[in-house]
Design a protein around this ligand. Structure first.
Ligand code: SRM
Ligand code: SF4
Length: 564
């Protein structure tokens, strides 16, 4: 007898292409929430129902329902935002959201704390600004991420265009989005067909990211489908395909695990769209629809075999993938400060702690970015390290931009310790329903304590990659941090160590379920040895392995095609 499909498969199947009873739920003024099944469908429209977890207990005591509000996520391929869009997004943050604008680890914006009655005007305003929230969440292809400097060279620009094209062309086709949020015509009768996704969409979320070597600033091996742009003689020759990356895991369940994507071959730009679509289609047909925990592409590959998947891909494509081309990554962080493109125009990368744009004391990030948007003639690029690039600036405008940056306390990248500049933290409490421990709110505290230890050992300039996640789902891609804290419970984390600084080796658990004192106690002697024994330019993670402090963990899969 066939195993019973997961509940969500039935919800999708019966949703009339993602409509469910969302419209009725939005109109119900008795509660701040919508029906449970509709919360699942709402994700496909780019929104999560949440409640303020700081207030849960208090409201329960007062016999009030939880303080429901909605998180909204934009779909911004490659993280590109025009100044006009920025001003709209900023106004929405001020009018409707509770905690400013939040740049995510997939280079887009989130707004938190939007009340049910404000959801429709907010989504409508985002669309009027020529952006969307469709498929920013849900079991579909999510926001396609790409190395965020398209103007740096013509090959960069071309690669970015491909990322934007995939994002647009492989998005769901349902008219439910227009109907619900943009007063589009109401569907009568049968739902329209979804050519790629069918009635039940994908078994699970699907992520595509494009990196342009030597920069792996999007963590290409953490994607379901990673595209490694290959430039030859300055021109874009095509893309290596890397499949099956993913970070999510569940504590205590070894059948779930983070996994790096494997390089399976090379396609020309002309073959890319078809190859990407067929990878998604095979995952649609082969992915596990019984256990959502095992539904990502990484598990499909480990269950069916990567060779079998590749053979099926080539069969459906009608051509063989070419052998992967050599590539080399040298970095997966952002490069701060000014950088000149091939065309003589300039790009300024600013550090935004945890991607949170808010006005706090001297640091008036929300206001500062608004002032920049009022005068900037290029555009903005959000990065997968939660930062922002003021892109495409004429040399003559640099001083004016610098003055606004300094006036609003946004020039921290000039003075901050290297560990601070490279730290990433997921949102976690109070909005994330899955958080087991603090992350974004804890980052400033743990950074201060780590900086004190690093300073003691003369390591303030060592660019150690720190990543914090409030649970093992891994939204800050913690398994690729040289130091990572993965939440276990209030104030308790797994301490993981030993990733490289290029996103090609995962870390391993060094201490399980420990508190801050134990974390600092474990790290201090390692910092001492690193300071005394490291080789020139040797990263902290690499040092821990070379010195024998850590033994290499058996890799599930080694990304092939890497030039050592
Ligand atoms: Fe994530 C679920 C936030 C990037 C793996 N993620 C969530 C939810 C929606 C919680 C939920 O399901 O109720 C979090 C909302 C928190 C909040 O209050 O905003 C959340 N994820 C985020 C963001 C905002 C983290 C951040 O601090 O920036 C990132 C939004 C990205 C975007 O713009 O689309 C974010 N999430 C990631 C990444 C990193 C990446 O994609 O590069 C990962 C690891 C890569 C991967 O997908 O494997 C990631 N998020 C997850 C998972 C684990 C999925 C799995 O395969 O097991 C969950 C849980 C789930 O899907 O069930 C999750
Ligand atoms: Fe929430 Fe966990 Fe993702 Fe952090 S890693 S945002 S706690 S789901």
């Amino acid at each position: 007898m066939a195993a019973k499909l997961s509940e969500l498969e039935y919800i999708k199947e019966n949703s009339r292409q993602l409509r469910g009873s969302i419209a009725e739920g939005l109109a119900d003024t008795v509660t701040g929430s919508i029906a449970e099944a509709d919360t699942k469908l709402l994700k496909f429209h780019g929104s999560y129902q949440q409640d303020d977890r700081d207030l849960r207990e208090e409201r329960r005591k007062q016999k009030l329902e939880p303080l429901y509000a909605f998180m909204l996520r934009a779909r911004l391929p490659g993280g590109v935002v025009t100044p006009a869009q920025w001003l709209v997004f900023d106004r929405l943050a001020c009018d409707y959201a509770s905690s400013g604008l939040r740049i995510t680890t997939r280079q887009t914006f989130q707004w938190h704390g939007i009340l049910k009655r404000d959801l429709k005007p907010t989504i409508a305003a985002i669309n009027h600004a020529m952006a969307s929230t469709i498929a920013a969440c849900g079991d579909v292809l999510r926001n396609v991420v790409a190395t965020p400097l398209p103007q740096q060279s013509s090959a960069h620009a071309e690669a970015y265009d491909w990322a934007a094209r995939l994002s647009a062309e492989l998005a769901p086709q349902t008219t439910a989005y227009h109907e619900l949020w943009l007063d589009g015509e109401k569907l009568v009768g049968e739902a329209e067909p979804e050519p790629l996704y069918g009635r039940t969409y994908l078994p699970r979320k699907f992520k595509i990211g494009m990196a342009i070597p030597p920069l792996n600033d999007i963590d290409v091996f953490a994607q379901d489908l990673g595209l490694i742009a290959i430039r030859e003689g300055g021109a874009l020759a095509g893309f290596n395909l890397a499949i099956g990356g993913g970070m999510g895991a569940t504590h205590g369940d070894p059948s779930t695990y983070p996994r790096l994507a494997e390089v399976i071959g090379f396609v020309t730009p002309g073959q890319l769209r078809e190859a990407a679509e067929q990878v998604i289609a095979i995952q649609r047909d082969w992915g596990d629809r019984v256990q959502r925990k095992h539904a990502r592409l990484k598990y499909t590959l480990d269950n069916r075999g990567t060779d079998a998947f590749k053979a099926e891909l080539e069969r459906r494509l009608g051509f063989a993938l070419r052998p992967a081309r050599p590539f080399r990554f040298d970095h997966n962080g952002d490069r701060y400060g000014w950088l000149e493109g091939e065309d003589g125009r300039w790009h300024l990368t600013l550090h935004i702690e945890s991607g949170r744009l808010l006005d706090r004391g001297e640091q008036r990030l929300l206001t500062g970015m608004r002032e920049l948007a009022k005068v900037h003639t290029g555009d903005f690029r959000l990065t997968c390290n939660q930062n922002v690039i003021v892109a495409d600036v004429e040399a003559a405008d640099r001083a004016r931009i610098d003055a606004i940056v300094a006036a609003h306390g946004m020039d921290g990248y000039r003075q901050q310790s290297a560990i601070r500049r490279h730290a990433i933290a997921c949102v976690a409490l109070p909005t994330c329903g899955l958080a087991m421990a603090e992350s974004e709110r804890y980052l400033p505290t743990i950074l201060g304590r780590l900086e004190a230890r690093l300073e003691h050992h003369g390591l303030l300039d060592a660019p150690i990659l720190l990543r914090l996640s409030g649970c093992p789902n891994g939204c800050s891609r913690p398994y690729l941090g040289e130091i990572a804290l993965v939440g276990r419970g209030p104030g308790r984390y797994d301490l993981r160590l030993g990733a490289d600084f290029v996103g090609q080796r995962m870390n391993q658990t060094y201490r399980e379920n420990v508190d801050e004192a134990a974390i600092l106690e474990a790290l201090d002697p390692l910092f001492a040895r690193y300071a005394a024994e490291r080789a020139e330019h040797e990263g902290f993670g690499d040092f821990l392995l070379r010195s024998g402090i850590l033994v290499p963990a058996p890799a599930r899969r080694i990304p092939a095609g890497v030039v050592a």
